[in-house]
Design a protein around this ligand. Structure first.
Ligand code: BTN
Length: 323
């Protein structure tokens, strides 16, 4: 546990009562000054902490909707994903932090969470709106053993299925627009970004990034009729920690069979949640535009669009809209 975690664990275990600073010093193996400096940082993050000279520190009440890694860890019921959680109050992108962790030799299932991103990125080079405190910005590091590059799209499907399942626990009926946009009432509630490195024909490392709008009540003008949050749909505030624990649980449930080479139920689940199959679509395929009906997905997750009785295979690099 890092120093903040040690402090928070003590304060939470004794919420409403003073805890002597010396207990925290002992466990974190740092000086009183170091604890005091961390307490100042926690207050800035929104924790309502009182200090009394010679007595210690007291958490007056739990801050509203604050993300605390140990709280997530304590609530997790996964075996692999989330055993290590790295939290950042703000960062450029959790994808960047995940890359650094891979280079440093982290283990599979490591999760990176941020409260704010100043260069959050989406698919196809788009920016991902990542203001402070309301939403989920999270990346998961995975090392699948037997997954070919060709079928990498299944990992992305798995991510969007996990989002849809987590949201359905709050009565929110989200659908997936190919390949991985999670939509509610025709507006985007979340998305998945996958960045991979390969070795030969197999995927070596995957960073799977999740952006989910949770308690965002206002969107910038450019996203006004495009984005929606879980709280806006459910008509009440939603606990981000709770959504994260569900998301990671559903992700692991899908990932463990897939990592061993079995495509499992991912294709069928994706089809069940998708609102793309059967729709008339236009696909911008770079050098040409394909217009037709989305008929199905193939065994590796490519979208099959029928145009003039020919089935065209659409990759996830191409952009699609409904007509
Ligand atoms: C999409 O375009 O639909 C994918 C959006 C993915 C956004 C998430 S937020 C956490 C992670 N960090 C990023 O910079 N992007 C992903």
């Amino acid at each position: 546990m890092n120093i903040d975690d040690v402090i928070l664990q003590h304060l939470y275990d004794n919420i409403g009562n003073f805890v002597p600073g010396v207990e925290m010093c002992r466990e974190a193996e740092v000086s009183r000054i170091a604890i005091w400096n961390r307490i100042k940082g926690l207050k800035k993050r929104g924790f309502n902490i009182e200090s009394k000279k010679g007595v210690g520190y007291k958490l007056v009440e739990k801050g509203k909707n604050i993300l605390i890694p140990f709280e997530i860890r304590n609530k997790l019921f996964t075996d692999v994903i989330g055993k290590r959680i790295e939290y950042y109050r703000f960062t450029s992108s959790t994808m960047d932090e995940a890359d650094n962790l891979i280079k440093a030799g982290c283990s599979q299932g490591t999760v990176v969470i941020a409260d704010e991103q100043y260069r959050g990125r989406g698919r196809r080079g788009k920016e991902w709106f990542s203001p402070r405190g309301n939403n989920i910005y999270l990346s998961v590091i995975l090392f699948p053993e037997y997954l070919s590059m060709e079928c990498g799209i299944l990992i992305m499907f798995m991510g969007s299925i996990a989002i849809v399942k987590a949201l359905s626990d709050y009565g929110i009926d989200a659908k997936i627009k190919w390949p991985n946009d999670c939509m509610v009432d025709g507006k985007k509630i979340g998305g998945v970004l996958m960045e991979t490195t390969s070795e030969g024909e197999f995927i070596k490392n995957v960073v799977l990034g999740f952006g989910i709008n949770i308690n965002q009540d206002e969107f910038p003008h450019s996203l006004e009729n495009i984005g929606i949050s879980a709280a806006a749909k459910a008509k009440h505030e939603i606990d981000r920690v709770d959504v994260i624990t569900r998301l990671l649980y559903y992700l692991e449930e899908l990932y463990l069979p897939l990592a061993k080479g079995g495509k499992g139920k991912i294709l069928d689940l994706w089809k069940g949640y998708s609102d793309t199959i059967g729709r008339k679509v236009v696909v911008d395929a770079g050098n040409r535009v394909i217009e037709g009906e989305a008929k199905d997905i193939d065994g590796c997750g490519f979208l099959l669009v029928e145009t003039n009785r020919v089935l065209e295979k659409i990759t996830c690099r191409e952009s699609l809209r409904y007509i």
